[in-house]
Each structure stands twice: as C-alpha cells, then as structure tokens.
Design a protein around this ligand. Structure first.
Ligand code: G6P
Length: 483
C-alpha cells in the first residue's frame, strides 16, 4: 500500500462552499481545511466547519480544521471610484486625516496612523503584494509624500508592506482576539497567527487561547522580514509555536522574491529539527485558479517542498475562489506522491550526533531507526494522547507509515497535518492489557496495511492516557499471538 506522506491544506471559500464540491475535495485528498478569518462571518465559518466534519465522518476520513487569524495587515482605505491607475514618476500621498471612502489620484486614507511614524524618507513601500512600489520622499504629521517607482492599478483596501519589514503593528488585533474565542467555541484543531514578530507574540496568542478554553495548536505564520532576520529570532518563534507556516506572500514582498526560496528551505529544516510541523503556502498552484492544469514551475514548486520534507502544502485562492478547486487538490496529491518516490525519502541521518532531551523522544527516534533499518517493518503504531509521539517520529525521513492510535477526536484530526502520519481511532484503556497489541495490529490488518509475516513497531507508555509517557517500543510479528 502506498500512502501519500505530504499533506494537503485547502482554503475554503466561495468556490468550495457547496457540500458537493467540499465532498469532492475531501475525497480527492484534503487533510486540513483552512478557514480564513479575513473574510466571512462567524456563522459562515461555523457552517463550513460543521459541513467539513460531517462529510469527513461520512467517509471515515480525518480532516483537521485550521482557523487563520486576519492579523494586523496594514491596508489603504477606499477610492471614490474604487480604483486608480498610477504611473511611474507620479506623486502620491497616504493620509491619516483624508476621508476613508474618498481616495483619488493624489491621495488615499489609511487606517493605521502609526504608518506615518514608522516610515522615513527613503523607505520603499510595496502595495498590493509589490505590484505597485513607492518611495517615501517626505513625511508630515499626518501624511507620507511618495513618488511612484513602479506604476499600476491600485484599488480599495490593498495591503501595504515596507521593503525590509519593520512596521510595528502588534500581531493581535481586537478582531483576532474575538476570533480566538470563536476558534475555541468551534473546537478548531489549529489556529494560525498572522504576522508574529517573535516568540512573545505567540505566547500572547497562547495565553488568549487558554483563557478562551481552546485546544487548537498554534501555527506561527512566518511572513515578516524581522522574523527571519536571524536564527535566534526564527528559532525562538518556532519554539514558541506548535507548527509554522512559510507564508510566502507577505514574506516574499518584505525580503524580496530572490531570497525567499533559501529562507523557505531553512524554515522547513529548522521546524523539523525543533520537532514542529510545517506548512508551505501561497501560490503553489496559482495558475490553476483559471486553468485545469498546473505549470511545470508549479509542479516543481510543490515537488520541491515535498522533497524538503514539508508536512503540508497549501492551496489558497486555488481552492477558495478558483475555477478548478478539485483538480488543484488532485494535482497536488499526484505531484507529492511522485516526489516521495525520490530516494532521499528513504534515507535519514536519524539525528546521529544529537542528544535527546526526553524519554518519549528517545523511544520515538529508536522506533524510526528500527523501521528504516529492518526491511520487514511495514507500519508503526504509536499509541498517543496528544499526537506528540507520532509528531516526533514523523520528523525523521522514512517510507514506513506512522499510525496514530488514539481515542480522542482532537488528536485524530490534528495528526492529519503531520507528514506520513495517519489516524486509527483506538482506546487501549477499553481493552484488557494483554489484548492491546493484538487488537492494534488487527486494525491494520483490517485496513490492508499489513499481513501475516510483516513486522510492526508499537510504542506506548506504562499507563494509558499519559501525554509524554511513551517509554517502550515493541517489535511485533503479524499473525503470531501477542501479549
Ligand atoms: C497513549 C498510550 C500511553 C502513552 C501516550 C503517549 O495514551 O496509551 O501509554 O503514554 O499515548 O501520548 P503522547 O501524547 O505523548 O504521544
């Protein structure tokens, strides 16, 4: 049996709202559905989430839900005629006092007064993800006076970045704080924090999540230049999170597209080393918004992320607003499976030369070492509470599938994001102790994953339902009586 190890995150939107399309997306292989809190009402998000859970349950699939907070994206206000056209050399102003709905060819309002304070003469501002570029020539108490360097259309609410980053807006807005509560109410599995600058922003998000009673794992979106400016900040941010997203849209604008690929590889590597999951996002299949087939460059982009061992690849507008959402998922799935055939997927250095800090980490890595060096091993069974032991296992390259056996709904959904990890609902506490191994193996036999004669590795702790309690590993021969 071949399992696709690289997981697929699909953003939901108008193109994927109907139960029919959603069902096709899930059947085509979506592992995580992303709800973008920048658009839509709480009721719309709740309806979508319920639908995802209903359809997944109907098909025996485990699909995680990820809420993506809007964050402090700095945006221009509106134009009287919705959009203007700027030419190179034009002068243009951003004003905190100009009426919010009356932008024109010379000036537009902005909702973020600190922009004036944060910018100085000589700064370059990037509008609409860098499509329009302006140079700040002068500042007054309430305006920035700019010269257009790269012209183009500019329309209502487009975003502003500064080249090199450094705009100081705090990561969590009032809306984000309300959405953290909404996420807790909806029992979302993941919550993505937009534009965190450092570990402190993630710690604040974690505190607010706890206060709201949520259990979502927190995903730091790496999208500011200062987050990747040095290894200390990047690693601090990764450590303070449960997973990270390489959010290439804003990150590419701030650091420049040329450096983006190198940074992407570094973020994936560091996340895996620090035992965290990682999503690679933005424009992966962009042309599929309007075409049923990806370009070679897009195929290469998805394949390279899979070859770098990202946990998941993500679709944004392709599945939210494009014409071919189902085709995009199918194409991604196909490309990931193809990339996973490459020999680097089988080799791992198993952190040789590293020391481990925890018992469960040591057992998890011993399991992977055995799985990769004992060819008879066809599957790994990790009895898990939170998904942590299979998460550590899946940081190691392997072709052997890892099955998270857990009784908890949250964990069943959460592990859907981890590379090479699949769920089997299972409660060891409901069985006599001497029946657990046999019953666990039976679940894999039933699914056609293993057969008599195969070997299976099983990890667990001394007591049931103890997170972090994994302290043993067994090598079991399928078909023989187990104790
Ligand atoms: C299950 C097993 C326990 C083990 C735990 C590990 O509950 O029955 O024996 O200690 O998983 O959970 P974790 O969340 O650390 O992977």
């Amino acid at each position: 049996m071949t399992f696709r190890r690289t997981k697929i995150v699909a953003t939901l939107g108008p193109a994927s709202n109907s139960p029919e399309v959603l069902e096709q997306l899930i059947l085509a292989g979506v592992d995580v559905c992303r709800l973008n809190f920048s658009h839509g009402t709480p009721d719309e998000h709740k309806a979508r989430a319920n639908l995802v859970r209903e359809i997944a349950a109907k098909h025996g699939r485990f699909v995680a839900l990820l809420g993506d907070l809007q964050g402090p994206k700095i945006r221009i206000a509106k134009f009287t005629d919705k959009r203007i056209e700027l030419k190179e050399g034009d002068s243009f102003r951003f004003s905190v006092t100009h009426p919010r709905d009356a932008g024109n060819q010379d000036v537009v309002g902005i909702d973020y007064p600190d922009l004036i304070k944060d910018c100085k003469t000589g700064d370059e501002l990037l509008l609409d993800d860098g499509r329009v570029v302006m140079l700040v020539e002068a500042t007054t108490a309430d305006e920035l006076h700019c010269r257009v360097l790269v012209g183009g259309p500019l329309s209502d609410h487009k975003g502003i970045n500064r080249r090199g980053g450094g705009l100081t807006a705090p990561a969590l807005t009032a809306k984000d704080k309300a959405d953290i509560k909404l996420a807790a109410e909806m029992e979302l599995d993941y919550l993505a924090v937009s534009f965190p600058r450092d570990a402190a922003d993630m710690e604040l998000a974690r505190r607010l999540r706890d206060e709201a009673g949520g259990t979502a794992w927190l995903v730091a979106k790496i999208e500011r230049a200062e987050a990747v400016a040095d290894d200390e900040t990047l690693d601090g941010l990764i450590r303070a999170s449960d997973a990270v997203m390489v959010a290439r849209g804003d990150l590419g604008v701030e650091i420049g597209d040329a450096e983006l690929v190198g940074i992407q590889k570094k973020i994936i590597l560091h996340a895996r080393r620090l035992n965290k999951a990682v999503i690679t996002a933005t424009q992966m299949m962009e042309s599929m918004i309007s075409s049923p087939m990806p370009t070679r460059a897009e195929v290469s982009d998805v394949a390279n992320a899979a070859l770098d061992f990202t946990d998941a690849v993500m679709l944004s507008a392709e599945s939210a607003a494009g014409l071919y959402p189902v085709e995009a998922v199918k194409a991604m799935a196909r490309v990931c499976v193809g990339a996973e055939k490459h020999p680097t997927n089988k080799r791992s250095s198993h952190r040789l030369g590293h020391t481990f800090t925890r018992c469960d980490e040591s057992v998890a890595l011993a399991a992977m070492y055995t799985a990769n060096h004992f060819p008879g091993v066809k599957a790994i069974i990790a009895l898990t509470e939170s998904g942590y032991s299979p998460l550590i296992m899946s940081r190691i390259r392997s072709q052997v599938p890892i099955f998270a056996f857990t009784p908890h709904r949250e964990t069943q959904a959460r592990v859907a994001m981890f590379r090479g990890v699949y769920t089997v609902p299972f409660d060891p506490a409901a069985l006599p102790a001497n029946k657990v191994s046999e019953a666990a193996i039976e679940e894999l036999v039933k699914r056609g994953v293993v057969q008599p004669g195969d070997w299976v590795i099983l990890t667990k702790g001394d007591s049931y339902h103890t997170t972090g309690g994994t302290n043993s590993m067994k090598i079991l021969h399928v078909g023989e009586p187990q104790v």
